[in-house]
Design a protein around this ligand. Structure first.
Ligand SMILES: Cc1cc2nc3c(=O)[nH]c(=O)nc-3n(C[C@H](O)[C@H](O)[C@H](O)COP(=O)(O)O)c2cc1C
Length: 165
C-alpha cells in the first residue's frame, strides 16, 4: 500500500516519531511517503497517517491546515491520527484537542504519545510557559509504543481493505 505520513513538529520530537512510524510501515512492506506537511499532497495515497505536536492544548497550525486542505480525501481514505504532548495524557488525545478535525476525518485509529521537552531547544517565551506549567523536562518518547502503533496501523489497514471490499 502507498501510505502518506505527515506530521507538524516545531522542535523535531514529533517529526522523529513520524519517521519511526514511517520506517516501521516500510519494514512491513508498504511504500511510504514521509513528506513535509506544508508541501504534501495526497497524491495516490491509499492511506494517511497525520500527527501533530500539542502546543497550548491545540495541534500546530500546519496539521490543522493540512486537515482542512485535504478534508474530503481524508474523510474517504483510511486515516490514522496522533498527538504528541508532554505526558501523552488523555488531555492531549486528538479527540480532545481537535474534536472537529477528528470528527471530520473519522479516523480508523488515534494515538497519543509522550514527547520531549528540552529546555535548550526552547525560546524564552516557550521556556517561561513550560516553567509556569511545571512541565517535566526530558525525552519521554516510548519508541516501543510508537512501533507497536505502526504495526497496529498495518493490521487495521488490512482489515479495513478486507471489509471495504
Ligand atoms: C510552549 C509550550 C507549550 C506546550 N503546550 C503543551 C500542551 O498544551 N499540552 C501538552 O501535552 N504538551 C505541551 N507541550 C509539550 C510539547 O507538546 C512537547 O514538548 C512535544 O514533544 C513537542 O513536539 P515537537 O518537538 O515536535 O515540537 C508544550 C511545549 C511547549 C514548549
Amino acid at each position: 500500500m502507498d501510505i502518506l505520513v505527515v506530521a507538524a513538529s516545531k522542535h523535531s520530537s514529533t517529526a522523529e516519531i513520524a519517521d519511526t512510524i514511517a520506517g516501521e510501515l516500510e519494514s512491513l512492506g508498504h511504500v511510504v511517503r514521509r513528506e513535509p506537511i506544508d508541501a504534501a499532497g495526497i497524491g495516490g495515497a491509499d492511506a494517511v497517517v497525520l500527527g501533530s505536536a500539542v502546543y497550548m492544548s491545540r495541534w500546530m497550525a500546519p496539521a490543522r491546515d493540512f486537515a482542512e486542505r485535504h478534508r474530503a480525501a481524508l474523510a474517504t481514505l483510511p486515516t490514522w491520527v496522533f498527538s504528541v504532548g508532554l505526558a501523552g495524557a488523555e488531555a492531549d488525545e486528538p479527540e480532545k484537542v481537535e474534536a472537529r478535525i477528528v470528527e471530520a476525518i473519522d479516523p480508523v485509529g488515534t494515538a497519543t504519545f509522550p514527547g520531549r521537552l528540552d529546555p535548550t531547544l526552547l525560546n524564552l517565551r516557550e521556556r517561561s510557559v513550560t516553567r509556569l506549567t511545571r512541565a517535566a523536562e526530558g525525552d519521554q518518547r516510548d519508541w516501543d509504543a510508537v512501533k507497536t502503533w505502526a504495526r497496529l496501523i498495518d493490521t487495521e489497514l488490512s482489515e479495513h481493505l478486507a471489509t471495504s471490499g
